[in-house]
Design a binder for this molecule. Sequence first.
Ligand code: ASP
Length: 330
Amino acid sequence: MRAVNNLLVLYTGGTIGMLETPQGLAPGGGFEARMRDYLAAHRESPGIRWTLRELSPLLDSANMQQANWLAMCDAIVEAVKKDGHDGILVLHGTDTLAYSAAALSFLLLGLDVPVVLTGSMLPAGAADSDAWSNLCGALSLFESGVENGVHLYFAGQLLHGARASKLRSEAFDAFTALPRYREGQRAEQVPAVLTYCQPRVAVNLAVLPVFPGLQAAHVRALIDSGVKGLVLECYGSGTGPSDDQALLQVLSDARQRGVLMVAISQCTQGSVKFDTYAAGSRLRDAGLVSAGGMTREAALGKLFALLGAGLDVATAQHWFALDLCGERAQ
Ligand code: ASP
């Protein structure tokens, strides 16, 4: 850990910089001037050297897509490799903050700088907003030193970028890293094809919860839409309607057709352990790969990083099963 001396603040939008419009809160530009004014008026604030770059278009993060993850990634790599920044603070909307933090955790593997994402529940201009405490808290972290890798900082908590989820839609402490069970083998070395140097392309990915009433036809329609990777949110320790032969058949056909299907648990604590129940092991036999205790955000971001890099399914499955940055192992 070392103190950061030349920070880039990458402003992507989100409530933190939003302004009132007749349609409701919408992303507003000019955040750099607002931030400089605030810090100048609050002399006790961290004095770290920073510059701000606004990504265009500024987004309500509800509109975040894979292309926006890649644009963030490019801006971060350019800032580090071309402009000499040694730390990055990403200002981002909270709705998909945990998804972006997870995706960037995988997309930026091998980039040896600390990247911290934050945002706020109330706009910086609102009375009693959490914007300035989150922002100044993050600046202080950079000033005192943060480990390399991707983190999410919110309401005084520094969370692992690939383990955080948004759990509350109104409270200031909206994010948590739940005590999901973690085990698994750490990849000894991350190959070049999985580092920040590897270009990625968009991939058709989907997330589907299992629920009483899920039919083979539902899953078939999804697979037929051209999905290349599927995160199936199973019950408990990785079970689903395994008495439904038609459903199992759709899953194994999809696997044969080269769809990478991974299983996470709908429970906020625990993990997928297929062998606990016959209803789980049948899903594994149909071709599902366990994501252990990974979050939905991490499973989706990791599928994107692997399949978006152009890996074939067998290779992607190999790397999915290993821990790449602390997302599934201690
Ligand atoms: N809808 C907003 C966003 O995600 C919510 C927020 O930032 O808190 O951009």
